[in-house]
Design a protein around this ligand. Structure first.
Ligand code: LLP
Length: 424
């Protein structure tokens, strides 16, 4: 059962009615459920229990420290892609030994910080990156523990902007060059190359691309071992999809079966980097209807959340279910609306011609599946203040990221003295 459910005619987050939360924190706001986060993690963890593996939560999906801490407490590691995320993982209690640093463009400063912190592994995506990391590590008198990310050239059959495992994508080392790169890595004094990594894309709803990619990684592992190289770690990335609109994403148990069938016999340590699957369903964006505006060709519901809070519909044409917080009567008439935000762009639209029950000015709505790639992708466009984030825990809630104030908005910039403005 979803933790976001109607009770006594109103949508709740766990035991709390959303109207009460809206009255206390104002709208728009992101609302996360601790129970949903914990149960997703526990389900993933139970499914991979028999494998020699580590779950490294991909922070990029939602890097609120309270979210990371929820997973860290349950034993999770972290997959990070910047020094900022690395610092967040550490601050939330993830031990350095459980942190993997991924990403196609790390700077020397980030490499240095990661090496000094003593993280578990750095995933390297190109030869120039490998050579720079070798230099940085030698400069520190250390050896960087490395996995080489390969590009398995499989089609993940997901949205083009979040597909990462095809030859034309910027990610990973091409299949034909992996052996030479691994050879080179194993000869570098600052590098301890331990294995391979891959991540073929996000929001996958089909297991076949995984099967194809994992088979390739198994073949390459055998080849590398065949020439005397050591491969004892495989990082299988993330990518498992969730249901936004009736999709049927694979069950984790079935995903794990594919893992066992393809790479299970290689006797390597495994790492998983789920992001969306752990957090996507655990969050919603709650917003208030500012105006219902009838139009000549369509009717608009203008809400106080906008594309700066949740950009997925504008960026990927992503579908997010929208629910009225007050439960509609079962016989309520349904009309089609465009649900839009206040930003001065036509792309600031959460839904087009969406059937909805009657809504009035002042009503609350919940935009669903806003736990992943939502708050983290927010911007300050139109000088809108970032929506706060709250974490519900049974009958209680905490503000886990406060709404900034206008003072902090103005304090960000400096007017040089010679412009003389602002002095009145
Ligand atoms: N590992 C690596 C190396 C990744 O690049 C990603 C996501 C993950 C793990 C986690 O993938 P997940 O399990 O969350 O699918 N902003 C897009 C999604 C971008 C995903 C980028 N990489 C969206 O809103 O759909």
């Amino acid at each position: 059962m979803s933790v976001f459910a109607y009770r006594q005619g109103e949508l709740h987050a766990e035991a709390l009615p959303l109207s009460r939360l809206a009255a206390e924190v104002g709208t728009p706001f992101f609302c996360y459920s601790h129970a949903a986060l914990a149960s997703a993690y526990d389900e993933f963890s139970a499914a991979v229990a028999g494998l020699p593996s580590m779950i490294c939560y991909a922070l990029k999906a939602n890097s609120n420290l309270a979210v990371i801490a929820t997973f860290a407490q349950r034993g999770a590691g972290a997959d990070v892609v910047s020094e900022g995320e690395l610092r967040q993982a550490l601050a939330a209690g993830v031990p350095a030994q459980k942190i993997i640093f991924s990403g196609v463009g790390k700077t020397a400063a980030e490499m240095k910080f990661a090496l000094e912190t003593g993280i578990r592994q750095i995933n390297v995506e190109s030869l120039p990156e490998l050579r720079l990391l070798d230099q940085v590590a030698r400069g520190l008198g250390r050896k960087a523990i490395v996995a080489l990310r390969i590009n398995p050239d499989v089609d993940a059959r997901t949205h083009a902007k979040i597909s990462t495992g095809k030859a034309e994508n910027k990610f990973g080392i091409e299949l034909g060059h992996v052996q030479a790169a691994y050879q080179e890595a194993s000869g570098l004094a600052g590098i301890d190359v331990r294995g391979l990594a891959l991540h073929i894309g996000s929001q996958l709803t089909d297991l076949e691309p995984y099967r194809a990619a994992f088979r390739r990684v198994a073949e390459i592992t055998a080849e590398l071992r065949g020439v005397g190289l050591t491969v004892d770690r495989l990082d299988l990335g993330g990518g498992i999809g969730i249901a936004y609109r009736g999709e049927t994403p694979p069950a984790i148990a079935d995903y794990v079966r594919v893992v066992r069938e393809t790479v299970g016999s290689l006797k390597t340590e495994l790492a998983f980097e789920p992001g969306r699957w752990l957090v996507g369903n655990a969050g919603i964006l709650v917003s208030r209807v500012l105006f219902v505006k009838p139009g000549a060709s369509r009717d608009f519901v203008i809400i106080d959340a906008a594309m700066n809070d949740l950009i997925r519909p504008a960026l990927y044409d992503a579908y997010h279910a929208i629910l009225p917080v007050k439960e509609a009567a079962s016989d309520a008439p349904v009309k089609r609306f465009d649900v839009v935000g206040p930003i001065c762009e036509s792309g600031d639209r959460f839904a087009e011609q969406r059937p909805l029950p009657p809504l009035q000015d002042g009503d609350l709505v919940a935009i669903c599946q806003a736990g992943a790639y939502s708050a983290v992708m927010a911007s300050g466009y139109n000088s809108r203040l970032a929506a706060p984030e709250i974490l519900v825990h049974g009958h209680a809630f905490d503000i886990v990221r406060a709404r900034p104030d206008y003072q902090s908005l103005l304090a960000r910039d400096q007017i040089p003295d010679w412009l003389g403005a602002g002095s009145g």
